[in-house]
Design a protein around this ligand. Structure first.
Ligand SMILES: *Cc1c(COP(=O)(O)O)cnc(C)c1O
Length: 463
């Protein structure tokens, strides 16, 4: 396909600028089911629908930018994870990816548990009716007030992250006359990211207690000795957006090694191991994530094999997917504003949001795809960079992608796979109003998190 038809676009492949893209897709109207939620489709008129509703209708009712969350997709992913791991394991949804009271209710109905890592997330979970025993409390610096609250309401587990916290939680529990179920988070000397994992000799990070040097074994010693704590297992979380199971393999082996050492020293077999989250999703068509049942089988096999080798009964496994559940369930809908072709480089397409609703591109150099969704187009592809409206040249939403060269202001474009870490990391930079989250299901759309208003902004600004 020739790109030269667009007068302002790059002329030949050999003058295309540096970027993450490969060739333009053969059909810009196609919607890759890997990156779009399940009910997204193009109708006979060429407009994109989700849950049976045209995107133009959503913008009429709810405006742009907006996060559109496909409820049946979200629920289907919850069920797939719960089913894949079965009754002998526990799936904890990592609330930090995206949390709202509606989402908590869906999780509860679909049989999932919930990870929180702040008092605010705990409030949201409890307010929406998640039973405390199905909540795990994480974080490297829980305040004493947060710990008191978590112990008082009776969360199912607190994941201990430091020696000081072991003492702190034990003290709080004892003072409240409780025995708190806890896990110890260990760092296993593995750092996993996307297609590779790195075995690190030392643990230069803020989370967890190192296995290396016997620190984790000492943490277990202390936790077992404290009356306020019931140590139920060991936790590890090795990274994010992981496709390669090799990192989990090493991590599980090392955690099981600790379980064996604990048995040898204390005569205690800890009943649970938590392998964390971090399972990757497709942001672009180049990504090939595994299905939950493949992940469950791989993790189950690894743990079973390592435990057999160590002569241990297989512990109960838990996992904590966040992104892998909510990430693909939502897309961000934007209206196209200024279009600025830069001769020989690329065309800058500005949208009515940006780094305030999706910081991941600026923060992690994340890759996304984008599509024209208000209509179909047969125009030639043009190389674009989708940018926001903020006063920052790093305000990029999609670094490199192709859109039809007849794109015009007023068109609607959508960035798929923005369900995780977009609304939850959204900011008010430039006094932007954080976009709503609109849940769509079976032809019905409803706001589950409303758009911020200027009154909201001024309410906090007390003058
Ligand atoms: C962030 C986090 C997760 C979820 O990570 P995802 O990449 O969203 O799956 C799970 N467990 C812990 C401890 C985390 O910090």
């Amino acid at each position: 396909m020739s790109r030269s038809a667009h007068p302002a676009g790059p002329r030949h492949a050999d003058v295309l600028p540096e970027g993450h893209y490969t060739a333009p897709p053969t059909d810009l109207n196609a919607l890759d089911s890997k990156v779009w939620s399940r009910t997204v489709a193009r109708n006979a008129d060429g407009a994109v629908t989700v849950g049976g509703i045209e995107v133009a209708r959503l913008t009429e009712e709810f405006g742009t930018p907006a996060y559109i969350l496909d409820e049946s997709d979200f629920r289907a992913r919850c069920r797939a994870w719960a089913h894949a791991f079965g009754p002998d394991a526990d799936v904890f949804y990592a609330g930090k990816a995206f949390l709202s009271r509606a989402v908590v209710r869906w999780l509860k109905e679909e049989g999932l548990n919930l990870d929180v890592c702040s008092g605010g997330e705990l409030t949201c979970a409890l307010d929406a009716g998640m039973p405390a025993e199905r909540i795990a409390f994480h974080g490297n610096n829980k305040t004493v007030a947060e710990i008191e609250r978590a112990v008082t309401v009776g969360v199912g587990r607190i994941v201990l992250d430091s020696f000081q916290e072991i003492a702190r939680v034990a003290h709080v529990a004892q003072r409240l006359g409780k025995r708190q179920r806890v896990q110890i988070r260990v760092t296993v000397g593995v750092e996993a990211h996307t297609h590779e994992f790195i075995a690190t000799a030392h643990e230069d990070q803020k989370f967890g207690i190192a296995l290396a040097g016997g620190e984790a074994a000492e943490a277990v010693r202390r936790a077992l000795a404290l009356d306020g704590l019931e140590l139920i297992g060991i936790h590890s979380h090795i990274g994010s957006q992981i496709f390669d199971m090799a990192g989990f393999e090493v991590s599980a082996r090392r955690v099981v090694g600790l379980l064996a050492a604990v048995r040898d020293e204390h005569g205690v077999e800890l009943p649970e191991i938590d392998l964390g989250g971090g399972l990757g999703i497709a942001y672009t068509s180049d990504d090939d994530p595994r299905e939950p049942h493949e992940i469950a089988k791989a993790l189950g096999d690894i743990v079973t094999r390592e435990c057999e080798a160590a002569g241990l009964a297989t512990p109960r496994i838990s996992v904590e997917p966040g992104r892998a559940i909510v990430g693909p369930s939502a897309f961000t809908l934007y209206e196209v504003g200024t279009i600025k072709p830069l001769e020989g480089l690329r065309t800058y397409v500005s949208v009515d949001g940006g780094m305030s609703d999706n910081i991941r591109t600026a923060l992690y150099d994340a890759e996304y795809s984008v599509a024209l969704v208000s209509r179909a187009s047969d125009a030639e592809p043009m190389l674009v960079r989708v940018v926001g409206k903020h006063c920052e040249s790093g305000d990029i939403v999609v670094r490199d992608a192709f859109l039809p060269s007849d794109l015009a202001p007023g068109d609607l474009i959508a960035v798929p796979a923005t369900g995780a870490y977009c609304r939850s990391m959204a900011s008010n930079y430039n006094h932007a109003l954080r976009p709503p989250v609109v849940a769509v299901r079976d032809g019905q759309a409803r706001v589950i998190v409303r758009r911020e208003t200027e009154e909201d902004l001024l309410r906090l600004d007390v003058g």
